[in-house]
Design a protein around this ligand. Structure first.
Ligand code: SF4
Length: 271
């Protein structure tokens, strides 16, 4: 739901500011439409249904794997693709993997998203609508920003969305923002994010030469500088940095022919 449009619509109708919070609380608890919002008048529910689409994204397809994983492909209003995944674990965890951009400009060689045309950053509402889609199916308790796109290139939208996730039942300690090492965003994350949102580094190669070959971002922001920033984060915030590493066949890295995954997590959101 476009939360800015919601507030604007309610304001133009002379509704009290708390109405936006009421609508959001219903959505965050998994309501499937305005009709369920019993503390709003019927007239207001009808008006909202006409003026504020319940989601900023249109669901195109949903794929179900045998292990319970669900992958959803959405389209933005302009038709840009956005993927998100619900992972169901045997211990009961329900983890979402959401996208922060449609496409990605960083062109990691193993990544299907990197081969797509970069469209744009997603708004906070578009990120939240991925999560709300799955919240309507069942309760969720973890979220990783490891889908399409580099979250640190869209840090404002990502943080705005992440800060609302507790309303869906996903605490900050169960929210992870991943980066391939986009230093300007990472520096801002280190300096600005006081909530205990977790940080993950998509490493994928331990030395500069190989990393530059498979992740061009490494030419611009070398691993040594990224690791120094991770150490600064640990010293400043006293929080661990999670490291993600995917094992690629040498022939794959050398020839750059197969794109194994879609997203920074290299495999969570597609395959
Ligand atoms: S791995 Fe992440 S940063 Fe690299 S191209 Fe894919 S989405 Fe972008």
């Amino acid at each position: 739901m476009d939360l800015a449009l919601l507030e604007q619509t309610l304001g133009s109708r002379g509704e009290a500011p708390y109405r936006a919070r009421q609508v959001w609380e219903w959505a965050a608890r998994g309501a499937s439409g305005y009709d369920e919002m019993s503390n709003l008048s019927v007239a207001l529910r009808r008006a909202l249904a006409e003026e504020v689409p319940f989601s900023t994204l249109m669901l195109e397809t949903e794929s179900h794997a045998r292990d319970g994983t669900v992958k959803a492909l959405f389209r933005t209003r302009e038709g840009h693709p956005v993927e998100a995944v619900l992972m169901r674990f045997r211990d009961g965890r329900r983890s979402l993997c959401v996208s922060s951009q449609s496409g990605c400009p960083l062109t990691c060689t193993f990544c299907a998203t990197g081969a797509m045309r970069f469209a744009r950053n997603l708004t906070a509402s578009e990120i939240l609508d991925q999560a709300l889609h799955f919240r309507r199916i069942e309760t969720v308790d973890h979220c990783v920003f490891m889908g399409m796109g580099e979250p640190m290139l869209n840090l404002d939208g990502v943080l705005e969305a992440a800060r609302r996730l507790p309303d869906l039942g996903i605490t900050h300690r169960r929210t992870t923002i991943s980066t391939v090492g986009w230093l300007p965003g990472l520096r801002r994350f280190v300096d600005e994010v006081e909530e205990p949102i977790r940080l993950a580094l998509s490493l994928h190669a331990p030395e500069e030469g190989l990393r530059s070959r498979i992740m061009p971002v490494n030419d611009r922001y070398p691993l040594a500088d990224v690791l120094a920033e991770c150490r600064r984060y640990f010293e400043l915030r006293h929080r661990k940095v999670f490291v993600e590493y995917v094992m690629l066949a040498a022939s794959t890295t050398a020839r750059n022919t197969r794109r194994l995954s879609r997203g920074c997590s290299t495999g969570r959101s597609s395959r």
